[in-house]
Write a protein that binds this ligand. Sequence first.
Ligand SMILES: Cc1cc2nc3c(=O)[nH]c(=O)nc-3n(C[C@H](O)[C@H](O)[C@H](O)COP(=O)(O)OP(=O)(O)OC[C@H]3O[C@@H](n4cnc5c(N)ncnc54)[C@H](O)[C@@H]3O)c2cc1C
Length: 384
Amino acid sequence: MQYDYLIVGAGISGTAAAYELALHGSVLLVEAETAPGYHATGRSAALFTPHQGTQLVQAINRVSAAFFANPPDGFVDQPLLSPRGNLTIAEPGQEDRLQALLALSAPGREVHEINATAVLAMAPLLRPERIGAAVHEPGVADIDVDSLHQGYLRGFKQRGGVLVSGQRITALRRTGELWTAQTPDSSFQARIIVNAAGAWADHVAVLAGSVPIGLVPRRRTAIIVDGPIRIDTRAMPAVDFTSTEAYFKPDGGRIMASLGDQDPVEAQDIRPDEWEIAVLANWLQNETLLTIRRIEHSWAGLRSFVADDSPVLGFDDVVPNFFWLAAQGGYGIMMAPALGRVVAELLLNDSWLDDLAQQGVTAKDMGVSRLIRGHQPAVKNRDT
Ligand SMILES: Cc1cc2nc3c(=O)[nH]c(=O)nc-3n(C[C@H](O)[C@H](O)[C@H](O)COP(=O)(O)OP(=O)(O)OC[C@H]3O[C@@H](n4cnc5c(N)ncnc54)[C@H](O)[C@@H]3O)c2cc1C
């Protein structure tokens, strides 16, 4: 069978795009691993942090927020977001470092200063002497990543989409108007390739005869440890600090933490580094009243960036009908609903961006300006 679209990668990005495109044409979603979500998608901190990332990332997340709040009927049977909130702590002497964050506060996206007593009421495992000043951002939420991903996969199949997992695409060849994608076991044909291969997106581009975009996969390490014995942390906000990239958040009755490390590495099935784990556990004990007796779970995942830390989407200019959906960095879960819609918009030229413009979100905000290298797409969209 020939498909209209072949999407490489069934992480959250490829799956969201597959779900949107399946309304409009035949879609094949090909995943190298037997379990979709095995790589970055299954290894995130699962936070919706609307104030983080570049201006473009924040604009995209404003649009995703509407999907999270009101997913389509039947998409999931429980809320995709649950309130978490975030505390940012400035150590004594660093209080002025909170000004930039406070300046971002706007109606619907509140960020406000709170005193140490209020901080300790919310996060009693913090050390009082480490708190100089703090801000609280109530709009940060936990994302139910598995429900989101499964909702997309289920809806994709209901719309007639086909998922093939455990098949790595090893060659891409274009003959006339048709791509042939080769895996060790099979070959598939499609009109348009969507490259949603996460950390491997540059590798897939090379397979297609194109040029890498300079994607850098960066390793991030995380641990889960037991929570404090006498303190119920389940309703505690996530906590980060002005002096470091490190953060922690509750995970059920346990605590998940990361140093916010971002070492550049090759795309791979990344494992946590023992030294990082030891440094991270030590940091967590220094910043909190926790006594860590054992690391319950540790993992590492790849966050993949290009130079300007914004996502890349659009048609390639070297090879025709090859579409990028890459470089989601540390925001790929929260951006997926909006980016999935943008991919469909760019490939189909439907009216969705007009609707967004009426809500005050311009096509430029949404990433249409990110169309890379100016290739004329097969279906011309209004901005090219
Ligand atoms: C520790 C950590 C914390 C994070 N925290 C957050 C957070 O709080 N909030 C947030 O929004 N984001 C967060 N992120 C980022 C988020 O996880 C990623 O941006 C997102 O998962 C990227 O999704 P993806 O689908 O693009 O990539 P992936 O999930 O990696 O999916 C790409 C898929 O492509 C497949 N693939 C690659 N090559 C081929 C091929 N040749 N053939 C077939 N299949 C192929 C891979 O097997 C993979 O499954 C975090 C990431 C990490 C590591």
